[in-house]
Each structure stands twice: as C-alpha cells, then as structure tokens.
Design a binder for this molecule. Structure first.
Ligand code: F6R
Length: 590
C-alpha cells in the first residue's frame, strides 16, 4: 500500500528509481512521483496516473542526479491528483518527503504549522512531515528529522531528501515496511524486496522506531527515542530476480497461477518446523485462525480441517478480531495468523493484541523477515517466492498446503489420526504438484468456458464444508479482478434466501468433491438447475475437471481452475488482472 523508493550512489538515480517503482507498483498505482537533487537544487515531478505514464511525462531520463526518492501511491487522504501525489515539500522546498502509512495526528500538526505560517498544497496527511522538519530545523538535518518523526502518530515509512545536506537520505519506520539494499558505493531504499533484487541481495530491515542515515557508502541505523546507534543484521534475500519477472507470461497473475504446483512443493519444505509447532500447539485449549481476504479463506479451510479431526477451532478476521474476539483471548489460546505479505495492518494489530493477552502466536507467512515474523512466537514460511499480482493466487495454495500439514500433524499429536493415515495423506500431498499441472494443462478448456461466461453480470459460487472457503475464494477473485458481482454460499444455504436471485443463465459454480456430501451437493445443484441457472461443476466429472484426490486435499486442487477462470474472464473483459482498480497489495492501513 504505497511504494517508496530511494537511491544514492554513482549511477543515474532517476532511471534506477523508475525501475524500482515499477517493481513496487503492486502496492498502489493511482499516482506517482520522483524527486532528485541536482546541483544542490531539487527537481520534483509528480502526477496522477501509473508509474509508466508519470515517469514518461517527467522526462526522467534527462535528470542527471545521483540521489533521489520516489513514490507510487494508493490514495488514503485526498483523491488521486497531482497535488496529492508524493513527494511533498515544505514551503521553501528544502525538505522533500515520500511516505507510506497514515499520520493520525496530521490535523493537529497541520493546524499548528499553519498558525506558524506554513502553506499547504495538498489534502494529504503526509505533507505535514516536510513542514514539520523545516519548522524544527536549526542546523542539523538529522536532528530536525528525528524530532519531527518523534512527533508523528500512526504508521509510517518515510524517506527524506534535503538540499541542505545533499549527500544523504534520511529514513524512518513505524508499522510500515522499509528496507535498505546494500550495494558497493550505492544504496537502495524500498518498501519491499522485489524493488532491490536487480541490484543487490543484501538488505537491512528496519524495525519500528528505527531511523537511518543513508549515504552512498554507509548506512547508520539509530533508535528514534535515544538516538543511539543500533547494529543491524544483514539479511541475504534468497529470491531469484527471475521470480520477480513475468518470464514470457502476459501477466504476473497468470505466471503465479502457473507456479501453484511449485507452491505446494515449496510449502512442504517447512515440514520440520511444522512438526515442532504441532507439538507445541497441542497444549492449547482454543485455536484461532486469523487473516484477511484470501488469507482468511485459507484459515477458514484450517478451521474445517481441525473440526474434521475433532479439534475445536475458529476463524477470525483481522479487521474484526481486536474489537471483539480479543476479549476472550488468554494464555490458553493459540493464534495461527496467515498472511502472504506479513505486513497487513489488521492482522498485525490483532496479533499484537493477542500476544499482550498471553496467546501463543504462530504465523504462516510468505515474505521472509516481514513484520509479522517479528511479532510471532513461531513462523511457518510458505516459501512461495515473490507474489507481484495484487490478487493472491500461488500464496493461497502455499498457505493451504502449510495449514493442511499443520492440521494433520496436530491431529496426530492429539491421537485423532493414526501414523499410517498421516503417511497416506502425505503421499497424496506429494502427488498434488502433478495434479495441479494436469489442471493447468487444460487451460484452453478453462479459457473456452470463460468465453461463454465473461459477459455475465452475476456469479454464484457454492460449496460445502472445506470447500465453502473455496467458493468464497473463487468469488473474491472474480469480484476483484473482473469486477463481476459474485456471491459465495454454503450450498445448503441457497434455499434460505439467495435462490430468489437465480434465473435463466445465471452461472452457479458448484465445488463438488467426491466425498460423503456428494449427494447433498447434487440436491443443491438440482435446486439451482430447476431455476434454469447454468451449472459449472468443479470436480472429478465437472466442466472444470479435477484429478482424483483425497477430499481433504480438494481445496488445494479445486481453487486452481477457479483462479484460471477468474483470470481469463478479467482478460476477456479487457481488464488488467495484475492491477485491479481501487486495490493494492499489502494493506498496511487499518
Ligand atoms: C485477494 C488478496 C487479499 C489479501 C489480503 C491479505 O486476492 O490478495 O484479500 O489476501 O489483503 O493480505 P496478506 O496475505 O498479505 O495478509
């Protein structure tokens, strides 16, 4: 949610910043901007529109500076416009800021600064930062910056330039991610690792209340409160640059769907951690899965799996947990937080509250070193690699695999399943990548179905038990990337109201694994058929055909054709599935 970038070194800052922004565009894409220092003066260019559009307008290739900052925006305060785009400057144009997060006390700060003669040009919360630094400046950029940041409430990752000290970029973080990529005589500041991958794999990860002074040769990180220097570990990024490229696919989303076989294999790599964590989990009386959006659907499958093994469990949404469920949390509770990015504000806030109440927190996370991994007791990485498309696909498959393994090992610890049964299912899990490959091999058929359906106005997705979350996830995907209204229901609920919406030709996607509920599902399908709805079955004999699999693994397999279907419908509707309107990846605001 908003991408920020900074460069200092011997190369053309504007070209590098453009490339970095392109890799951060999934975090927001309604406006963009760049500020570079040239001959002790500042060049700022910003506007509404995508990174490509704004950077072309800026004539960035002609900017010869070797130090600069840049931003790609997802609007929170103030509509997408040139004025509200970052970077923002103080009235004298001496301090220039790009920011990700929300400054909660900006109204008070703005009023105070206006009384002191500062003129504001935007509706953003961010603009108070450069004005505040300017107000507090005596003779040290660092001191003014530190004092200003100490007065901010809310969440922030900030990068700041000043013509007064043109050899440095100052940075700070609280509740919004920020890393520094370390090159020889050059440094790269970014919201996320894909932005620095082409240049370096060595990064420093800032923690909350860290601030830093970045020059081309050094990075000094200090504590915001005490001003004392902090020694930071250098992390080696294991991701390959190719993983963050489209590699011949039309869209990142399609590439990432085609990586779903690999996502299963990668998630299995965490098995040793999963086994250890299952042994700890068995001591807790209540287990909650926690997440937002797609990650919550993965957690929902987890709840059904645990219940299947007679282990009570609940799903709680990150945006709701801290306003209600938290009151019931104590040291007997375990929270399994699920998140691709590890930066989702609602999930993080819930985890922090739960830990304060003594809960044990395990996180299932994709991004190594992300904030969630730092506030959890234990971590299960899904190792899905970078997910660039805004809509989560391969990460969901990775999350489902980790959750299934964890549920199985916990069931074994609690003697709800035998070691033989566990071995059997693990063998089946190893067969999943090939089976996903078979579904992907049928892409043309899915595309053919999409051609018949792409102009429909409403879709229904129905499933039961473990595949009710599959219905939710299938519906979410088509809503967010194809802008088609979609409803997901437990199949048995159709007759309690939504059936009234069914009429001739309305597509009903029925997720129908070959299990003990097959007949019940068939009855629900007949109810829809009797209203002349168009039924699309996902299953062994369905129009969206899936290979034979143990039903408890069906959510991992059955989501694959639904991801493909949503993708092709979006493309046929001439939409960019990688960048759905109004959305951004990594939702770092509550
Ligand atoms: C939907 C989607 C979102 C995310 C949600 C949580 O396709 O991607 O619903 O799943 O914003 O994000 P993470 O998993 O990063 O916590």
């Amino acid at each position: 949610m908003c991408g920020i970038a900074g460069y200092i070194g011997d190369k053309s800052a504007s070209k590098i910043l453009f490339e970095m922004l392109k890799r951060l565009e999934y975090r927001g894409y309604d406006s963009a901007g760049i500020a570079c220092l040239s001959d002790d003066s500042v060049v700022v260019f910003k506007n509404k529109g995508t990174v490509d559009k704004v950077m072309k307008e800026s004539g960035y290739e002609a900017i010869t500076s070797k130090i600069g900052i840049a931003h790609t925006r997802w609007a929170t305060h103030g509509e997408p416009s040139k004025e509200n785009a970052h970077p923002h400057c103080d009235s004298k144009g001496e301090f220039i800021v790009a920011h990700n997060g929300i400054i909660e006390n900006y109204r008070d700060l703005k009023a105070e600064l206006m009384e002191r003669g500062h003129r504001f040009e935007s509706q953003t919360d961010t603009e108070v930062i450069p004005h505040l630094i300017s107000e507090l400046y005596v003779d040290s950029f660092e001191e003014a910056f530190r004092e200003a940041v100490k007065r901010l409430r809310g969440s922030f990752a900030v990068v700041v330039l000043s013509a007064k000290e043109p050899d440095r970029i100052l940075i700070a973080r609280k509740d919004s991610p920020l890393i520094v990529g370390l090159g020889d005589s050059e440094k790269f500041i970014a919201s996320d690792t894909p932005a620095v991958l082409p240049y370096t794999k060595r990064v420093l990860i800032l923690d909350d209340f860290d601030y830093g002074i970045v020059t081309k040769d050094h990075v000094t990180i200090k504590d915001l409160q005490t001003g004392e220097e902090i020694t930071k570990k250098v992390h080696e990024i294991e991701w390959d640059i190719k993983q963050a490229e489209k590699e011949g696919f039309t869209h990142f989303m399609l590439k990432e769907i085609f990586e779903e076989s690999e996502a299963v294999k990668n998630a299995v790599k965490a098995l040793p951690d999963i086994e250890k964590i299952a042994k700890k989990l068995k001591n807790y009386k209540r287990i909650y899965f926690l997440g937002c959006g797609t990650a919550s659907h993965a957690g929902f499958v987890g709840k059904y799996l645990l219940e299947r093994f007679s282990i009570p469990s609940e799903l709680v949404l990150g945006s709701e947990f801290r306003y209600s469920t938290v009151n019931t949390i104590d040291k007997d509770c375990a929270i399994i937080a699920v998140s691709q990015s590890g930066e989702t504000a609602d999930t993080l806030a819930s985890v922090k509250d739960a830990r304060e109440r003594g809960a044990y927190v395990v996180s299932i996370v994709n991004v190594v070193g992300s904030t969630l991994t730092r506030v959890s007791d234990d971590i299960i990485y899904t190792y899905s690699g970078p997910e660039i498309a805004v809509a989560s696909t391969k990460a969901y498959v990775g999350q489902l695999t980790s959750i299934t393994l964890l549920s199985l090992y916990l069931a074994k610890e609690l003697q709800r399943i035998s070691a033989d049964y566990l071995d059997e299912i693990i063998d089946d899990i190893h067969s999943l990548p090939d089976k996903i490959g078979q579904i992907l091999g049928n892409e043309e058929e899915v595309k053919g179905l999409a051609e018949k359906l792409f102009d429909k106005k409403i879709f229904f997705y129905i499933g039961r038990r473990l595949n009710y979350p599959t219905a939710l996830e299938g519906a979410l995907k088509i809503k967010e990337i194809a802008y088609v209204h979609a409803e997901a229901y437990p199949a048995g609920e159709l007759k309690h109201g939504p059936l009234a919406l069914l009429e001739e030709g309305v597509p009903v996607v029925a997720i129908n694994p070959n299990d003990d509920l097959l007949e019940k599902m068939d009855s629900n399908i007949q109810e829809a058929k009797a209203r002349n709805a168009s039924i699309i079955v996902v299953g062994e004999n369905g129009a969206l055909k899936t290979p034979v699999i143990d039903p408890i693994l069906s959510p991992i397999l059955y989501i694959v054709p639904l991801h493909l279907l949503a993708y092709h419908i979006a493309v046929l509707r001439k939409l960019d599935p990688d960048k759905p309107r109004n959305l951004a990846k990594s939702v770092t605001v509550e």
